[in-house]
Write a protein that binds this ligand. Structure first.
Ligand code: MAN
Length: 351
């Protein structure tokens, strides 16, 4: 099987060993799902760093955030009340936990391939009761001089979308949770349409409905309403189980182009694309039938959670056609690939 992604020969761009843990006693288990933006003449990624203590073998050990800092929880591996079938989440005594605790780290690059951690920029860490299991998968949208960071906020209360804003990446304003549980994969459009902000988001309705992509609008980019469901999973397809938007949609002559991820029943994560009307983005006008990218390379097939390509960050090259997509591979590595926007658009099927 082939796809249309031109992967960087340098992949993976970042692996867990490239980043120093946030504190003693923790190890970086995964580096994944970077948000991407341009700032100060460079390309930056805001990478999800997932940490946990060294695993002793007889127990599952994972960190959570408390008011006084990181606390480690240890659960004996043979405890009958432990359900640990998924590498990412466990259930113990009826309560859900994550096996790693994620925060967000800034790295930057001149050429978009070699990234370093610059001095003077600090990690973003979960704050308060709605982020005690960490913050993940940040999308960055730049509107009128302000960077909007929409990220997954996880806690025992559920999984929702948090928002912070910044102008300089040193001072941040927290706006709390903008989409309550269960919701993630929120990408704000980088341009207002008819004076309104728009955002894609992904609520999950598990009894009736599903994991579909929705759109909402807002006067101020903080308070959201007029929610509409715009894209659904497709039975017997690569995107049959869950779909979620990638980074902020790309403006093209044909419409707003969104790269999205889809999963099937086997938890394989692939990427596809859909197109929204320029004037009314709640109208989806076209969608790809087959994935534009699927896990093929070794680093995409095997890792912390294998068979995954997942994106929430990209940059457009000055040639206006090359899209550099940064992505998480097998929930462990940060990688990059080039696409031709024209080629993606040529694969869209109009409805
Ligand atoms: C899923 C996966 C995990 C993530 C949790 C919470 O289980 O995407 O990687 O930590 O959701 O968002």
């Amino acid at each position: 099987m082939k796809d249309i992604a031109k992967r960087f020969p340098e992949n993976p761009l970042l692996s867990p060993a490239d980043i120093v843990p946030s504190q003693e006693g923790l190890q970086v288990a995964c580096l994944l799902n970077p948000g991407v933006f341009q700032f100060d003449g460079k390309i930056w990624m805001i990478v999800r760093v997932a940490e946990r203590p060294e695993q002793r073998g007889d127990a599952i050990s994972f960190p959570i955030l408390t008011e006084t800092g990181v606390k480690i929880i240890n659960i004996p591996i043979d405890d009958p009340e432990l359900n640990a079938k998924d590498a990412r989440v466990i259930k113990y005594k009826g309560i859900d936990y994550l096996t790693t605790l994620s925060h967000l780290r800034l790295v930057c690059s001149q050429d978009g391939r070699k990234f370093i951690e610059p001095e003077g920029y600090y990690p973003l860490i979960g704050q308060g009761l709605l982020e005690s299991f960490g913050i993940e998968d940040c999308r960055v949208s730049y509107i009128d001089g302000v960077y909007y960071l929409t990220y997954t906020a996880v806690s025992p209360n559920g999984v929702g979308v948090g928002l912070r804003t910044t102008r300089d990446w040193k001072n941040f304003r927290s706006h709390g949770m903008i989409f309550p549980p269960h919701n993630k994969d929120c990408a704000i459009f980088e341009e207002k349409i008819k004076g309104m902000f728009f955002a894609l988001h992904r609520p999950s309705s598990l009894e009736i409905g599903g994991n579909f992509i929705w759109i909402a609008s807002s006067i101020d980019g903080i308070h959201w309403g007029n929610h509409q469901c715009i894209l659904k999973t497709r039975e017997n397809s690569w995107d049959s189980s869950r779909i979620g938007a990638g980074a902020s949609p790309i403006k093209t002559e044909q419409g707003w182009l969104s790269i999205y991820h889809g999963t099937n029943r086997d938890n394989q994560y692939c990427l596809g694309a859909f197109l929204m009307d320029l004037q009314d983005p709640s109208k989806v006008i076209a969608r790809t039938l087959v994935p534009i990218m699927m896990p093929i390379e070794e680093y995409e097939l095997a890792g912390f959670f294998g068979n995954v390509v997942f994106t929430n960050g990209h940059v457009k090259s000055p040639d206006n056609d090359t899209l550099i997509v940064y992505y998480g591979a097998s929930d462990e590595f940060v990688c990059g690939a080039e696409f031709s926007i024209k080629e993606i658009i040529s694969l869209l099927q109009y409805s």
